[in-house]
Design a protein around this ligand. Structure first.
Ligand SMILES: [Zn+2]
Length: 390
């Protein structure tokens, strides 16, 4: 009996070491350097405005600098990447070469910290220049937080944004969202604008929350955030499919400033969208809300035609109406219908801005103004989470 107890305790100890060491390694590690795909540069050539750069591969750089009087140009010629110095083609470079400078790098007049890596990629029969920015996690966040939230917003809202953005980066690395790099610089992941978007006040907040990230059941969460909820956030499955326990809709009473919007579509506008999408419903008869969820967001819209009907659901509602106009900002709306000479017009009266899943940035601002700290803000918007040191 005694031996059996010892054996069971040994097995439990063994399992706990195995389980805990597994999530320690996988969930909490921040790499020394992360890679940001500068997808906003969709180009065949770039100008480097530095007067002095160093060339390298795999983080190993020449000790001899290259100098120019005016500028360096890096461009694609047929299938080659060429380095042009002051108007003269100097070096035919291999893929994945890197450049650094003693100070920041100036790429098409935009300043970046760290290292820039260049490679070519065939897109629609032609090669395009692709650029990756390699830098530390905090340096990356310096260029994200003020691109995603105004720099003069209150401290705790900016700290909540910093921790959410760090967590989003780590989940993007874990999920392998992109093949060639950890995260892109566009709204697809989170907006990163490099050194020009930085403010030292906000950099201090990022440093003060260094290594903090949001976890649920000891795993890094998908820390989605958006601009304004209009009073309720939404369950993630109403936007992208699968249920996630920490991304559930909540009553958001902290938005002191809420985005109010209005968008008008005539019967002809709706016909134009359907034609663009090659959808033939016949004569359009009506457009109505078919389902509203418990978070006050429209889940389904029905467009009735003389031949057939169309149901728009979830995010496809926003994509549908934004395909010919801008300004359709959320699924938190009601509709008014007026008869007109060409049939009818629909006026969408909306609140909030964005997908509605996770943290509302205007709500974070309101909570910060009401005296809540960044941990309380994050725990309010992400249900059941903890803030961990990575
Ligand atoms: Zn992306």
């Amino acid at each position: 009996m005694f031996n059996r107890k010892i054996f069971l305790i040994f097995i439990l100890l063994f399992l706990s070491v195995f389980i805990f060491s597994d999530f320690d390694v996988n969930a909490f590690e921040i790499p020394d350097k992360i890679s940001v795909g500068l997808d906003s540069f969709d180009v065949s050539e770039v100008i480097i405005d530095n007067k002095e750069i160093y060339l390298g591969y795999d983080g190993k750089f020449s000790e001899c600098a290259l100098y120019c009087n005016n500028s360096f140009k890096i461009y694609i010629l047929n299938e080659d990447i060429i380095l042009n110095i002051d108007g003269v083609d100097m070096i035919n470079l291999n893929d994945n070469f890197q450049i650094k400078a003693n100070d920041c790098l100036k790429l098409n007049s935009k300043r970046y910290r760290g290292i820039l890596e260049f490679y070519k990629k065939k897109i629609d029969l032609n090669y395009k220049l692709k650029i990756i920015n390699l830098l530390s996690c905090n340096e990356y966040l310096y260029g994200v937080v003020c691109s995603e939230m105004p720099h003069n917003w209150p401290e705790q809202a900016l700290k909540a944004q910093a921790v959410a953005a760090r967590t989003y980066l780590l989940s993007s690395i874990n999920n392998k969202t992109h093949k060639d790099f950890d995260i892109c610089d566009k709204v697809h992941c989170q907006v990163y604008k490099g050194l020009d978007s930085e403010y030292s006040r906000v950099n201090d907040f990022i440093d003060e929350t260094e290594n903090k990230c949001i976890v649920y059941n000891d795993k890094i969460i998908n820390a989605y955030f958006f601009s304004s909820s209009g009073g309720n956030t939404d369950d993630v499955e109403n936007v992208w499919g699968n249920k996630i326990d920490y991304l559930i809709g909540i009553d958001d009473k902290y938005e002191s400033e809420c985005k109010i919007w209005k968008c008008k579509f005539s019967k002809n506008d709706i016909q134009e969208i359907l034609d663009k999408k090659n959808i033939d419903l016949g004569e359009i008869i009506d457009l109505s809300i078919d389902e509203i969820n418990k978070n006050n967001r429209v889940n389904k819209i029905l467009i009735s035609g003389s031949k057939s009907n169309l149901i728009l659901s979830k995010q496809s509602i926003i994509n549908f109406f934004n395909s010919i106009k801008t300004g359709f900002l959320s699924r938190n709306f009601y509709i008014e219908k007026n008869d007109t000479s060409d049939g009818f017009e629909i006026i969408f009266n909306g609140k909030g801005y964005g997908h509605g899943v996770g943290m509302s940035q205007y709500g974070a601002k309101g909570m910060s103004d009401s005296g809540f700290n960044f941990i309380e803000i994050l725990k309010f918007y992400y249900t059941g989470v903890e803030i961990a040191n990575s």
